[in-house]
Ligand binder design. Structure first.
Ligand code: HEC
Length: 96
């Protein structure tokens, strides 16, 4: 039971970030915040494929996440800056 409770605590967490030992778990953060629209591989669902991010710089990706667009929610001000950093890095490493 203790193991199950610990597992639930880790996987649910709170909604302020996805930190493990003080480090943001970028894969979890990406999946939770972005995966619903862009998919785990960045190429699924209703949204634009993140494979196209190839042409975007890191600052373009960051601006998109912070400011959003007509169809994409703005995450700036809602998401911890450390988590945004981790997601930007995750997108650049995995989808560019
Ligand atoms: C509600 C659905 C939704 C969510 C959640 C969402 N996006 Fe998007 N995203 C879109 C749509 C739709 C587009 C394409 C239209 C546009 O650019 O405005 C897009 C475009 C983008 C682009 C530009 C792609 C390109 O090649 O121009 C990036 C980068 C991006 N999203 C990253 C993210 C990241 C990172 C997250 C999580 C923090 C995220 N998105 C969450 C819907 C979403």
């Amino acid at each position: 039971m203790i193991a199950v409770a610990a597992l639930l605590t880790v996987s649910c967490g709170d909604d302020t970030g996805f930190t493990v030992d003080g480090e943001v778990d970028s894969a979890s953060a990406y999946l939770r915040r972005c995966g619903g629209c862009h998919g785990a591989a960045g190429t699924e669902q209703a949204a634009t494929s993140l494979a196209g991010v190839k042409t975007g710089s890191e600052s373009d990706v960051r601006a998109k996440i912070v400011d959003g667009s007509s169809t994409m929610p703005a995450f700036g001000g809602q998401v911890d800056p450390a988590e945004i950093d981790a997601i930007v890095e995750y997108v650049m490493e995995n989808f560019s």
